[in-house]
Ligand binder design. Structure first.
Ligand SMILES: [Zn+2]
Length: 453
């Protein structure tokens, strides 16, 4: 029989269609939420979680990431995107599957500690010199930490000798990429309801993926019914490059290659014109807004208010740790609010709207609205319980304001698929402290390899 859990006494932010907030109980049976508010008669062996002094939200959904970048935090710290990439590509050339496993555990543990229950990943560096199953490594890491995982099989086929940005040693042939993409879907993708693992396809960007790769990846994704993801319109320089060399705005370019639709989501989308926003809305194409990374690299602030007003699905992303050393999902919620207001005024976004981006918005962007993003009977039990009764938050009357605008609170419990993976701020599944130590060792090897290269 399924294990029953009940969380009692928290301020519950349901994110249901009525956006109800209430104090009461949330009952979980197995991996699903079965009751919200009223508490039915429960079996004797129910696990009780005391939610008093806490706010309970849907688990946060991270819609853009590069887990391997945990290995290169704090590098190229004052660079813009272009120069940051040019400095880091030669280092990333040295990554191998074991390093990626360690980085993924460390990075996923940090996501979990900051309220994230579901995450994607965009892995596009497959060095010829260190072959092996890198995608499999991060999938194993996600299973160890216990988060719901939507990794993408990323790719680059446009190396320096073909006019691209990355070194030739980390790009692959188009056919090799398509074969590996097909295999990743066959080996790992689980389309079933309640899935903990779904694969997407993700050529890296117009600077590193050919038109053929973008077009063929879209065809393959649709044949196999998986989602499509890439970086788009991250910088003004990219817009100028696309207009000068690719025949239009970034969105016009990828649209011609089949890259719009409710099965597509773009990371960043900072520099969009009005026509692009309208086209995203019309086609149901999603956006992963990454405020911290965009600010860290000086890329700009996405037009989130206009995107939301137009009806574009928008979620939040931490982006890789090499451009977001903190890798905190709750901070992404806070930064989304602050940057929207910095850009468009104090009425640009409320605390509840920011939280909505991190929950319902992320679920929509990953195509999981039916199962994730809100606290409702029948939905998957992915929940974050945040402690707000300590000195950091007492005195802030509104619990959602305390959570979003106050200091990042302790995650009292993080529940994924009905299973507790964080208790009192500590990950209780994988050994995050050990991973942090192994990262140091892996970094030394990586720098040696970079020096040797
Ligand atoms: Zn990225």
């Amino acid at each position: 029989m399924a294990v029953t859990k009940v969380i009692r006494g928290a301020h519950i932010v349901t994110m249901d269609p009525g956006r109800r907030e209430l104090t009461g109980s949330v009952v979980i049976e197995g991996n699903r939420i079965t009751a919200v508010g009223e508490e039915p008669e429960l079996p004797e062996r129910t696990t009780v979680i005391d939610g008093r002094g806490c706010v309970l939200t849907p688990g946060l959904v991270n819609t853009h990431h590069h887990l391997y970048q945990w290995l290169t935090r704090g590098q190229a710290v004052d660079h813009d995107l272009f120069n940051w990439l040019v400095s880091l590509y030669p280092v990333w050339r040295g990554i191998d599957p074991d390093m990626v496993y360690t980085a993924a555990v460390a990075s996923l543990a940090q996501l979990a500690r900051t309220g994230c229950t579901s995450t994607t990943d965009h892995h596009y560096v497959f060095p010829k010199t260190h072959p092996g199953d890198i995608l499999g490594s991060e999938i194993t890491a996600a299973a160890a930490v216990g988060v719901r995982f939507h990794p993408t099989r990323g790719s680059m086929d446009l190396g320096r000798s073909d006019g691209g940005l990355p070194p030739d040693e980390i790009v692959q042939d188009t056919d090799e990429i398509l074969e590996a993409s097909e295999k990743a879907i066959s080996d790992w993708h689980d389309p079933a309801p309640g899935s903990m693992l779904r694969i997407g396809l993700a050529p890296c960007s117009p600077f590193s993926a050919s038109a053929d790769l973008l077009r063929e990846s879209a065809i393959l994704a649709r044949e196999r019914n998986v989602r499509l993801h890439t970086h788009l319109a991250e910088t003004q320089a990219e817009v100028e490059f696309c207009e000068a060399h690719l025949g239009g705005s970034p969105l016009e370019y990828v649209s011609r290659l089949g890259w719009t639709g409710p099965d597509v989501w773009f990371a960043h989308a900072v520099h969009l014109d009005d026509e692009s926003i309208a086209a995203l809305a019309e086609t149901g194409t999603g956006v992963a807004h990454c405020p911290t990374s965009n600010a860290r690299l000086g890329a700009g602030i996405a037009r989130v208010r206009e995107l939301r007003a137009a009806g574009v699905p928008v979620g939040l992303g931490v982006d890789g740790a090499a451009s977001n050393e903190g890798t905190s999902m709750i901070e992404e919620v806070r930064h989304a609010l602050l940057f929207a207001r910095a850009r468009d005024g104090a009425d640009a976004m409320t605390a509840r709207q920011a939280l909505e981006l991190g929950t319902l918005g992320g679920a929509a962007v990953l195509g999981r609205s039916a199962e994730l993003g809100s606290i409702e009977p029948g939905k998957l039990a992915d929940l974050a319980l945040w402690r707000i009764d300590g000195p950091l938050h007492t005195g802030i009357e509104d619990p959602v304001v305390a959570l979003v605008m106050g200091a990042p609170p302790l995650v009292e419990r993080l529940i994924v698929d009905g299973r507790v993976i964080v208790e009192e701020g500590n990950v209780v599944t994988a050994d995050a402290e050990k991973a942090a130590k192994v990262v140091i060792t892996a970094q030394k090897v990586l720098w040696q390899r970079a020096g040797a290269g």
